[in-house]
Design a protein around this ligand. Structure first.
Ligand code: NDP
Length: 313
């Protein structure tokens, strides 16, 4: 069976940064890139808030640069998805979907999170053509336009406030008759004159020629007061939460009630000695490329220390 001192699972900013640091430390990590090599940023257009790119950078290009940087120092970057893990004893056994089994002295989990979608067909149809799950990524393209944000939590409020500074008008589509968000976020929404909250409202579908031009909505769905109506919009933003990609680790490692991996204190250590977690999979709060990259760096440093302390060569 193939053996490695460090197996990195995931290829977003956390995974690649961990690979850069681990390979420069002569650990010769193997990285499996997962279902979407490059991670969530691959689906973004321009990234303007990653330090070091004064003119901005395309998400695809940045992830390709990170991959090349990891490979340059000797990281073994492979395509493949982890199908099964056995963290019950060290070395850990990780099974890849092609059947390959790897013995790993340490594992860095950097499998990220996925934005939740409503599950309607039109979300796919208009993906990249008016549908987005990231206001800070794509909001800029909706200057002086009309957009809608779906959701009533802190994320939705934050995104609505962010978008209200760019767009001419922001609708919030909220399925209940109240916002779940914290009082302070609700207050910020209330202070914005160009945000209109549509309570008790669900989205049926989107319409438009080649791009989103509007949404078919319904108020009081499933009651005798049910009332369909349309809004004209240029952008449709999902903010109904994220789902950490931890299904394959369920039962192997401690997760919080939302499924995020729990890490210890300021470190990336999990409850299993030798297994570390970095990026969105362990971070429900910040979820930024730069914070994920920072955690990836920390994970590689934690691995390096672990290997030394356990005299693993
Ligand atoms: P939440 O789970 O808090 O909110 C999700 C929202 O989306 C709810 O309003 C929910 O409605 C709605 N929703 C979920 N599924 C659907 C659906 N299928 N159709 C329509 N609406 C749907 O997620 P958030 O991402 O907002 O927040 C996650 C965590 O992160 C929270 O703990 C939050 O407090 C925290 N956070 C904190 C921030 C801050 O402090 N500034 C910023 C961002 C997040 P319903 O209420 O009906 O369930």
């Amino acid at each position: 069976m193939e053996r490695t001192k460090c197996l990195i699972i995931g290829s977003g900013p956390a995974g690649y940064t961990a690979a850069i640091y681990a390979s420069r430390a002569n650990i010769a990590p193997i990285l499996y890139a997962g279902i979407q090599p490059g991670g969530q940023l691959i689906t973004t257009t321009e990234i303007e808030n990653f330090p070091g790119y004064p003119e901005g950078v395309q998400g695809f290009d940045m992830m390709e640069d990170l991959r090349k940087q990891a490979v340059r120092f000797g990281a073994d970057v492979r395509n493949g998805v982890v199908a099964k893990t056995d963290f019950s004893k060290r070395p850990f056994i990780v099974t890849i979907d092609d059947g390959n089994e790897i013995e790993a002295e340490t594992v860095i989990i950097a499998t990220g999170a996925s934005a939740k979608y409503l599950g309607i067909e039109d979300e796919k149809k208009y993906n990249g053509a008016g549908v987005s799950a990231c206001a800070t990524c794509d909001g800029f393209f909706y200057r002086k336009k009309v957009v809608a944000v779906v959701g009533g939590g802190d994320t939705a409020c934050e995104e609505a406030v962010y978008l209200s500074n760019l767009a001419s008008k922001v609708y919030m589509i909220v399925r209940k008759d109240y916002l779940r968000a914290s009082k302070v976020m609700q207050q910020r929404v209330a202070e914005k004159e160009n945000i209109e909250i549509l309570f008790n409202t669900n989205t049926l579908s989107l319409y438009g020629e080649n791009k989103v031009q509007g949404a078919h909505l319904v108020k009081f769905k499933g009651t005798d007061k049910e009332q369909p109506f349309d809004i004209a919009i240029d952008g449709f933003f999902l903010a109904i939460g994220h789902k950490p990609n931890t299904d394959v680790f369920n039962g192997q490692i401690n997760l919080d009630e939302q499924g995020y991996i729990k890490t210890e204190g300021q470190t990336t250590a999990t409850n299993v000695a030798g297994v570390f977690a970095a990026g969105d999979v362990a971070d429900p709060r910040y979820r930024q490329a730069i914070t994920s990259a920072g955690m990836g760096c920390k994970a590689a440093l934690d691995v390096e220390k672990f290997l030394v302390e356990n005299n693993i060569k």
